[in-house]
Design a protein around this ligand. Structure first.
Ligand code: BG6
Ligand code: MG
Length: 214
């Protein structure tokens, strides 16, 4: 029986991809090349440093580790400027309602995100109180598809992985959840989310019945 839901943030609770895209594009342009929306798609669920490395590869630019760290900080400063302005109307359809449904049913909730900005985002959109635990890029050393973020999420709630259902929009996150021994609901297009136990277009399509039937 499911005892908790662990949610990815970007693409599941809020749509921050557009802000990541604007900030990465500005950085690429600053370095003298362009960055497309198709490339941005490939960065879903990918950590900040790894995203930068991929972008530099696509742009054919080489940077030292020290330079990479400065560039990642620069991109993040632009990204933070944008997310500071986020409002509750940027919560994805059905996300708040499903979080409340799950909590009212007595289940626990956790966040399992690669982002190091997750607390800022949850505070800005007014959802931070709906999470019993927050595990994000600040708490893990291995990125998805490694299951660390979700295993730590289950542990922080005092539960076994098998008691938890993960909600994820990125294939790396679906793989991470499965590797951790959890059920996973994919958010988005089933063609891109192989292995998920169920795929829905968004949390507005979820309910307790579907959750208990997983
Ligand atoms: C993930 C996003 O949730 O967080 C990625 O899907 C992003 O695109 C990653 O790179 C890290 O986010 P941040 O906020 O720490 O730069
Ligand atoms: Mg995501």
């Amino acid at each position: 029986m499911v005892k908790a839901c662990i949610f990815d943030l970007d693409g599941v609770i809020v749509d921050t991809a557009v802000y990541h895209f604007k900030a990465w594009k500005r950085l690429a342009n600053h370095l003298g090349f362009d960055f497309t929306e198709e490339e941005n798609e490939k960065l879903k669920g990918v950590s900040r440093v790894r995203s930068l490395q991929l972008i530099l590869e696509w742009g054919g630019v080489e940077k030292t580790t020290k330079e990479q760290s400065k560039l990642a900080d620069l991109k993040n400063s632009w990204y933070v400027e944008m997310i500071k302005e986020m409002k509750p109307d940027e919560i994805l359809p059905g996300a708040e309602e499903f979080l409340l449904m799950v909590r009212n049913a007595g289940l626990k909730t956790a966040l399992g995100s690669a982002s190091k900005n997750s607390r800022t985002i949850l505070e800005k959109v007014g959802l931070i109180e709906l999470f019993d635990s927050i595990i994000d890029g600040n708490n893990v050393s291995a990125s998805k598809p490694d299951p660390e973020v979700f295993l730590k999420g289950a542990e922080s709630l005092g539960l076994n992985p098998a008691d938890c259902v993960v909600f994820e929009d990125a294939i790396a996150g679906v793989e991470a959840a499965l590797a951790g021994g959890m059920k996973v609901v994919g958010i988005g297009d089933s063609a891109n989310l192989n292995g998920a136990n169920l795929v829905v277009a968004g949390l507005h399509e979820m309910n307790l019945d579907k959750l208990y039937k997983l």
